[in-house]
Design a protein around this ligand. Structure first.
Ligand code: BES
Ligand code: ZN
Ligand code: MN
Length: 499
């Protein structure tokens, strides 16, 4: 992984092993900074550019120039059309550059000129963030795997902007990338290693290191809180449930308060309503929402955001056995409201019902955001690049959309009103945990939302975006994507007025 990122002014020699030259498509000439640098590159950049280089997003051309006793690699990377320079597109291009260098060099210089200097400084910051994020994350490999190819460790950003003005962007990008790597490691971890208690312990360690107060409840404490829905999902597994309560800045009652709740199902077999085998192994990643919440807590503490944040993550394993929850059972949540189980595979909404109810009753926050790999339905509706959201607060939904655009982790708001909540009204209980196939990503969210009661609430369904089956952008690797960390942090920064 990337170890250091520094800034250097142009017009000096390239001392690194490689130089990366980003180019928008449709450019008729090399960007000026690249043309200047090319005087010491034996004209290689111009030659690569002339060789039918179109600048399509992620297109790369590489050549070597001899430099004293070593080789200097020149990499042209296409950014795609200037008008389409979204954070995802830029991160994808930077990821392609990182891949072109993978296993070959230890250090690289990134030449930024018209990509950055033509924009306003806020826009330039966003571009640099996306490039750094894409570059760093493309080099991810499941930690500790043998056969890891060495990747670029030192990156130097060559720009006329000052080290001082870029330091906060670089610091934030590195923090976000480190946390995304952490989340990817957790989500990729096999469920026999990352059990509910192991996940809770790892989360606690990250919290302690980041200055987040963290309590880990055991089964007794979950029972004391009367979280019957969390317990019902956990009952079929030999693994003990846990409930994470994380707090940041709670000694500042003058500041706004946000509650984040994340689905922490370390493995989802479906329970008695067992899933088909083909993709069941991917259900080791069913705690991706919970992991994003833990990482977001660590991020806002590291950045000392002027706000209060509480993170709640129920950690359970959804298994089958002689003691399991059955279809037809009725469970009682911590509010006393009851839910009839139509399928034990709709377990995420059960544990989040208790978590969100607890957030409302115990903290009375300004807003509750829950994030979960909740439904296959959202994957069918929106695919793997955009998460689905529903909520009761249009203002916060819009804030999440804006955070999605800026972070390159986009979301799309689905409708939610009485029509959908009516679909989950219970017959022999207050609610049922399945409202039929129609609009099932929405009704799943609606079931969580009723437990937020009067507290403004937004739900983010990341079942499509948390996992890359292959074919994702270059900054993703197969498996966990780490989606949600940058999104939640941007959202929190927006609310804190710090962005
Ligand atoms: N964890 C799954 C949702 C999921 C599906 C995540 C695909 C990632 C990829 C969730 O618990 C689930 O099983 N949902 C069911 C609900 C249904 C049985 C009502 C679904 O969406 O199929
Ligand atoms: Zn699940
Ligand atoms: Mn399930």
């Amino acid at each position: 992984m990337l170890r250091s990122v520094r800034v250097r002014a142009p017009r000096t020699r390239i001392l690194e092993d490689a130089v990366i030259i980003p180019v928008f498509s449709g450019a008729r000439t090399l960007p000026p900074a690249a043309a200047r640098a090319d005087r010491t590159l034996e004209g290689m950049a111009a030659a690569l550019f002339a060789d039918a280089f179109a600048g399509r997003r992620g297109e790369t051309r590489t050549a070597c120039v001899r430099r004293a006793r070593r080789l200097l690699r020149v990499v042209l990377v296409g950014l795609g059309p200037r008008a389409a320079r979204t954070p995802e597109a830029l991160a994808d291009a930077a990821g392609a550059a990182a891949r072109a260098l993978r296993g070959r060099v230890a250090s690289a210089a990134l030449l930024l000129d018209d990509a950055v200097e033509a924009a306003t400084s806020a826009e330039a910051d966003a571009i640099l963030h996306a490039l750094l994020k894409g570059f760093a994350l493309a080099s991810y490999s499941v930690s500790g795997q043998p056969g890891d190819t060495p990747t670029v460790r030192r990156l130097v950003v060559v720009t006329s902007r000052s080290q001082r003005s870029l330091a906060p962007v670089i610091r934030r990008a590195r923090l976000v990338c480190d946390l995304i790597v952490r989340v990817r490691d957790w989500v990729n971890a096999p469920a026999n290693r990352l059990t509910p208690s192991a996940f809770a312990e790892a989360s606690r360690e990250l919290c302690v290191a980041s200055g987040v107060m963290c309590r880990v409840w055991n089964r007794k404490e979950i029972e004391k809180a009367r979280m019957g829905a969390v317990l019902a999902v956990a009952v079929g597994s030999r693994e003990e449930p846990r409930f994470l309560v994380m707090q940041y800045n709670m000694e500042r009652p003058d500041l706004p308060l946000v509650c984040l709740a994340g689905k922490g199902v370390t493995f989802d077999s479906g329970g008695i309503s067992i899933k088909p085998w083909e993709k069941m192994h991917e259900m080791k990643g069913d705690m991706a929402g919970g992991a994003a919440v833990v990482a977001a807590m660590a991020a806002c503490a590291s950045m000392k955001l002027p706000m209060r944040v509480v993170g709640l993550v129920p950690c359970v394993e959804n298994m089958l056995g002689g003691g399991s929850l059955r279809p037809g059972d009725v469970v009682e949540t911590c509010t006393g409201k009851t839910i009839e189980i139509l399928t034990t595979d709709a377990e995420g909404r059960l544990i989040l019902a208790d978590a969100v109810a607890y957030a409302h009753a115990h903290y009375k926050p300004d807003v509750i955001v829950d994030i979960a790999t909740l439904t296959g339905s959202v994957l069918i509706a929106l695919g793997t690049r955009i998460a689905g959201i529903v909520g009761t607060s249009a203002r916060h939904a819009r804030a999440l959309e804006e955070a999605g655009r800026r972070s390159g982790e986009p979301v799309w708001t689905l409708p939610l009103d009485e029509y959908f909540s009516a679909m989950i009204k219970g017959d022999i209980s207050d609610y049922k945990n399945y409202g039929g196939r129609n609009a099932s990503a929405i009704t799943a969210g609606a079931m969580i939302g009723v437990f937020a009661q009067s507290t403004p609430w937004v739900h983010v369904d990341i079942a499509g975006t948390a996992w890359n089956d292959g074919g994702g952008p270059a900054y993703q690797t197969p498996g966990a994507t780490g989606y949600g960390v940058d999104l939640l942090l941007r959202f929190l920064e927006g609310l804190a007025g710090a962005s």
